[in-house]
Design a protein around this ligand. Structure first.
Ligand code: GUN
Length: 278
C-alpha cells in the first residue's frame, strides 16, 4: 500500500480547500530541545504545509526553557486568531510534563487529537472531532485499498495513546473485532497469526516475522526505527511481503499519511473557525 501516492492526493485536496478560505490556515509547531528525529519530523511538516497552502509557524524552545515558558507560549497561541492548529512535537525532553502541556492546548486547535476532550469524543464516537493523525492515516490507506473491516479480526500491537489505543477504538467503530497486544502479552505470535489485519505500532525492528502472519493478511507497519542510517519498520518486509495480501513499506507507508492527516485536521480547524464567524 503506497502511502506516498495517497498522501499526495490528500494534499492536493487540502490545497483546493484552503484556497477557498478567506485566509490561509495557520499551524503552529512547537519543538523543545534538539531531538534529531523531531527535527526531521518538524521539517517534513513544514514542507507539507507549504504544499497545502497552510502557513506554518515554527516555535523552537531551548531544552531548558521550562514547563512554565512552554505553557505561556501555548496560552498565547490559543488566543492568536491566525493560528488554527497547535502541535507540540513529542517526546518532550526530561523535566516536562507532557500531559499538562497537551491539556493546555485549546481543544479547538488540537490538530494532534491528544487533548482529553478530543480523546473522549473519539472514544464515545460523538464527533465531529479531530481524529489522531496516525490511526486516521492507517484507516485512509485501508479505505483506499477497499479493505473491508466489518467483522474482521484486527490485531493491534502496541497500546500507546498516540497510536495503539485510538487505532483500536477507530477499528471498533468500523465494526472490526479488535485485539490489542502489548509488551506483557503472553505468546504474541498466537494472536498475530489470527489477524486478518495486523497493525504493528511498537518501534522494534524485526518484531513481526513471516511465521507470525496469516497467509493473505493485511499488514500495516507503523514502526519507525533507525538502524545505522537506514529507516525501517517493525515488520520484516522482505519476508512478510511474500505471505501478506497487502503491506505498507517503511518509509513510504504510514508516515506520509500521518502528515497528510495533520494537514486535513488543520484545514478542518480553520474551516470551523471561519464557520463560527471568527
Ligand atoms: N511524535 C511522534 N508522533 C507524533 C505525533 O503524531 N504528534 C506529535 N505532536 N508528536 C509526535
Amino acid at each position: 500500500m503506497d502511502g506516498n501516492t495517497l498522501a499526495k492526493q490528500v494534499r492536493i485536496g487540502v490545497r483546493k480547500q484552503t484556497a477557498l478560505l478567506p485566509e490561509p490556515p495557520g499551524l503552529a509547531v512547537i519543538q523543545v530541545g534538539e531531538n534529531p528525529a523531531s527535527m526531521v519530523y518538524v521539517n517534513n511538516k513544514r514542507r507539507d504545509c507549504e504544499r497545502c497552502g497552510i502557513v506554518s509557524y515554527a516555535h523552537h524552545l531551548d531544552e531548558d526553557a521550562g514547563q512554565a515558558k512552554l505553557l505561556e507560549l501555548i496560552r498565547f497561541l490559543n488566543g492568536e486568531p491566525h493560528i488554527h492548529g497547535i502541535l507540540v512535537q513529542l517526546p518532550l525532553p526530561k523535566g516536562y510534563g507532557s500531559d499538562a502541556i497537551i491539556q493546555a492546548i485549546s481543544p479547538e486547535k488540537d490538530v494532534d487529537a491528544f487533548h482529553a476532550l478530543t480523546v473522549g469524543k473519539l472514544y464515545l464516537n460523538s464527533g465531529p472531532a479531530f481524529e489522531p493523525c496516525t490511526p486516521a492515516g492507517v484507516i485512509a490507506l485501508l479505505d483506499r485499498y477497499e479493505i473491508d473491516l466489518r467483522g474482521k479480526h484486527c490485531v493491534v500491537v502496541g497500546r500507546s495513546n498516540i497510536v495503539g489505543k485510538p487505532m483500536g477504538t477507530m477499528l471498533l467503530h468500523r465494526n472490526a473485532t479488535v485485539t490489542i497486544c502489548h509488551g506483557s502479552t503472553v505468546d504474541l505470535p498466537s494472536f498475530t497469526r489470527q489477524a486478518d489485519v495486523l497493525i504493528s505500532a511498537v518501534g522494534k525492528s524485526g518484531l513481526i516475522t513471516a511465521d507470525m502472519v496469516k497467509p493473505g493478511a493485511v499488514v500495516v507497519d507503523v514502526g519507525i526505527n533507525r538502524i545505522d542510517d537506514k529507516i525501517c519498520g517493525d515488520v520484516d518486509f522482505d519476508e512478510v511481503e511474500k505471505v501478506a495480501s497487502y503491506i505498507t513499506p517503511v518509509p513510504g507507508g504510514v508516515g506520509p499519511m500521518t502528515r497528510a492527516m495533520l494537514m486535513t485536521n488543520t484545514l478542518k480547524a480553520a474551516q470551523k473557525y471561519f464557520m463560527r464567524g471568527k
